[in-house]
Write a protein that binds this ligand. Sequence first.
Ligand code: GAR
Length: 200
Amino acid sequence: MSPAQKRVAILISGGGSNMLKLVESMGADHPARPVLVLANDPAASGLARAAALGVATASVDHRPFGRDRAAFEAALLEPLLAAEPDILCLAGFMRVLTPGFVQRFAGRMLNIHPSLLPKYPGLHTHQRALDAGDAEAGCTVHEVTAELDAGPLLGQARVPVLPGDTAETLGARVLAMEHRLYPAVLRRFAAGDRTPVLLG
Ligand code: GAR
């Protein structure tokens, strides 16, 4: 990779479909390259999928650390810092990070969240949108700050809520938009442009 290209580490917890879209997007003239996919679960199926694409992988099981988030993060930092990332992308990474960890990567850590933030931070976003009777739902990419699912907006994509939607059908419609939104935001962000990407 050329010295001008940004080095991107992607953090996952599960299947990593967003991670795959990010990895696949970073070809040809893209201003970034994937240098590491890191999971908090050694069984995360996204690890094998990343390895099959030739990306370095690592995992640090959070469970032995119990509630000691700082100790877990210290272990997480070992493979992470060794990969010398310029940008961190949280992609379905389901652990809350401490302010100290967030501060270390201030201004260069992104997250994708399956709601139109500031609506519905946290979990069960699709069911909450349905329960509220919302006419539209969507996803958000934002810069990670110490506050959960907050931080400056980098992109947002909207989908309609359709009659008869369940959390599953709505979630699938939103996920398809996540797969378009996150690569578009990363490309722009890696080129130094923080203008929000708006889709839908
Ligand atoms: C995605 O929908 C992502 O937005 C969500 O988890 C899913 C991961 O899917 N993230 C969060 O809820 C973060 N709080 P993936 O592993 O297939 O990318």
